[in-house]
Write a protein that binds this ligand. Structure first.
Ligand code: KG4
Ligand code: ZN
Length: 341
């Protein structure tokens, strides 16, 4: 442990949120500035990469300045600048990486490249300062669905991942199909509160003999077929029932896989991460399943589940402790895999 406080400036721009944050000693958030582009992308029903890049360019300097001001710090107070360099959209990633490299070059402050998914996992360290590895983590976002054993800081063993759509992607596509709009996750979550989760029996995705992999494209097709059939018969769709039934099908699979992993590998702690971890039904059912099996359950508040830079600064802190710094040749890696450097 360092004998002085360590301040990390985190920067996140991998998709449609321009974010910057100052975190002290990896766990105390001094500022968490997020500029969302959702309103613009809603017009197109999803994220338009070129528009996202342009908006990041317009906003990044103000967002960074605000994060430093809110924290009562200046750039030269920072011990390192941690930036998401993958996975994500290449244009948006490049804006954050370029800004971080320019600041590092101008000031000599060390640069750290952070894996976006590691950032999501690390949101749990902020929400639960007592949490230490090992634990099982289910990362469910718009682009990823990973079930991993977090064996140490920055040390992951991937048990399973999605073979097609990510969980959040399934939420977004189903929401669009029923006319709820973008982003679909929160809208399905809200509509489902008035619906019956057993009204329609949708399939639970399974991938051959693989215990821990996920598949959501069959479920998405089942929902689309259901909607087509209703349309052909000129029948009205009960949107809350459909939302609740679809959501239950996703939640069932996520909960079953995650608690089975904790039991099989004798892990006593289980954490959720990623945008879909803000789903109220997933949080409630995972908590209940963990309690039944004596597993301690962790889940960040929704603001730390969706994309933010505090989680990037937190992950960056552990890279800082490991002495894992990046050079000015750091580049965006859109397809960066978990565990890869
Ligand atoms: O982690 P995130 O902000 O971005 C990625 O790294 O992908 O996750 C965004 C995803 C979107 O697909 C969004 O629909 C989903 O998280 N999401 C939700 C909820 N809030 C956000 N999905 C289900 N229920 C929610 N309440
Ligand atoms: Zn994310």
């Amino acid at each position: 442990m360092p004998d002085k406080d360590i301040f990390i400036l985190g920067i996140e721009s991998s998709c449609d949120e321009t974010a910057a944050s100052v975190v002290k000693n990896g766990r105390t958030v001094l500022s968490n500035e997020i500029s969302s582009q959702i309103d613009i992308h809603t017009l197109y029903g999803g994220v338009v990469p070129e528009i996202a890049s342009r908006k990041h360019t317009e906003r990044i300097n103000q967002v960074i300045r605000k994060a430093l001001t809110d924290a009562g710090k200046t750039l030269t107070d920072m011990d390192a600048i941690a930036v998401t360099y993958g996975p994500g959209l290449v244009g948006p990633l490049l804006i954050g990486v370029s800004a971080a490299k320019a600041m590092s070059f101008a000031t000599g402050i060390p640069l750290i490249g952070v894996h976006h998914i590691e950032g999501h996992v690390s949101a749990n360290y902020i929400a639960a300062p007592e949490l230490e590895p090992p634990f099982v983590c289910l990362i469910v976002s718009g682009g990823h669905t990973h079930l991993v054993l977090v064996e140490g800081y920055g040390k992951y063993r991937i048990l399973g991942m999605t073979q097609d759509d990510a969980a959040g992607e399934a939420f977004d596509k189903v929401a669009r199909a029923v006319g709820l709009g973008y982003p679909g996750g929160p809208k399905i979550d809200k509509a489902a509160r008035d619906g019956n989760p057993t009204a329609i029996r949708f399939p639970r995705g399974k991938v051959g003999d693989s215990v821990y992999d996920f598949s959501f494209s069959g479920l998405k097709s089942a929902v689309l077929n259901y909607l087509n059939e209703k349309e052909m018969k000129h029948e009205i769709v009960n949107v809350p029932d459909l939302a609740a039934s679809f959501q239950q099908s996703v939640v069932d699979v996520l909960v079953t896989h995650a608690v089975q992993a904790a039991s099989e590998y004798h892990f006593k702690k289980l954490a959720l991460a990623g945008g879909v971890a803000s789903n109220s039904s997933l949080r409630a059912q995972m908590k209940e399943a963990c309690e039944k099996r004596g597993i301690e359950f962790f889940c960040p508040p929704p603001i730390l589940c969706t994309d933010n830079a505090a989680m990037i600064a937190c992950a960056g802190y552990y890279e800082y402790l490991a002495g894992s710094f990046a050079g000015l040749d750091l580049n965006a890696v859109p397809g960066l895999r978990l565990g890869e450097r």
